[in-house]
Design a protein around this ligand. Structure first.
Ligand SMILES: *Cc1c(COP(=O)(O)O)cnc(C)c1O
Length: 243
């Protein structure tokens, strides 16, 4: 974990950024609650999960575990980073500091209605599929800079989401393709950065600050391209058994 922190600090230094402009989200999916509790003891504050059911169970276990040892102090911030079906949106409300993976108007709408019912607010990121891989979720954003059709459809969804009360947009998230060399992921991250600039111009009243991009194999490049949140699993917790 110290090694990951050092690599983040180095990447920030090379990019002329201060290290506190990048938040490390430790991706604890497939790892047990004990691993999270150990991570908190080692100084981690933010954890990412990609499956709602697994997350709900783990959050309860971690809260109970910490409550027993420290009177409930030091609770971490949880991040939902995986695809969420609309019918599972209710599992999110009140549990996550940030939902990175809003990938459809339908999900945003469902979450907003649940938030209104419960008088809650949910900070979210809009997940963009800029790489064009069909296996990836996210709003269709491939070629947005050159295609007016892509932009019109994307702007229209975003305009609708920004009118919803209950969900608060904080920025964008993307996943780069799995590549041999992390340099190959750079254009995807650079594209997300440009897309954010375009959205700042188009929707200046919204908050586009956060850019969630970069994982174990490519976070240094993501930081060079402006990531504010990196989602790192294997480099912290070791290889995954499943998932
Ligand atoms: C699993 C996962 C990560 C972390 O991946 P690593 O390669 O283990 O760092 C990041 N983002 C998302 C959306 C994930 O599902």
């Amino acid at each position: 974990m110290g090694e990951v922190r050092r690599q983040i600090a180095d990447a920030c230094a090379r990019a002329g950024r201060s290290a506190d402009t990048v938040t490390l989200v430790a991706v604890s999916k497939t790892n047990p609650a004990e691993a999270v509790i150990q991570g908190i003891a080692a100084g981690l504050t933010d954890f990412g999960e990609n499956r709602p059911e697994e997350a709900v169970e783990k959050i309860a276990q971690v809260s109970a575990g910490l409550g027993a040892t420290q009177g409930g102090g030091g609770l971490p911030r949880w991040h939902m980073i995986g695809h969420v079906q609309s019918r599972k949106a209710r599992l999110l409300v009140g549990r996550f500091a940030l939902v990175h993976s809003i990938d459809s108007l339908r999900l945003a709408d469902k979450l907003a209605r649940l938030c209104q019912e419960q008088e809650a607010r949910q900070d979210v990121l809009l997940e963009m599929n800029v790489s064009g891989e069909e296996s990836k979720s996210g709003f269709a954003a491939t070629g947005w800079a050159n295609s007016r059709t892509v932009r019109e459809s994307l702007w229209s969804d975003i305009r609708s989401i920004l009118t919803l009360s209950g969900v608060v947009v904080r920025g964008l998230m993307t996943m780069a393709p799995i590549v041999e060399d992390m340099e190959q992921a750079r254009p995807v991250f650079a594209d997300l950065f440009c897309l954010r600039e375009a959205l700042q111009t188009e929707f200046p009243l919204a908050d586009w600050y956060e850019l969630s991009m970069g994982m174990t194999d490519d976070f240094q490049v993501a930081i060079a391209e402006g990531a504010t949140l990196v989602r790192i699993g294997r480099a912290i917790f070791g290889p995954r058994q499943t998932g």
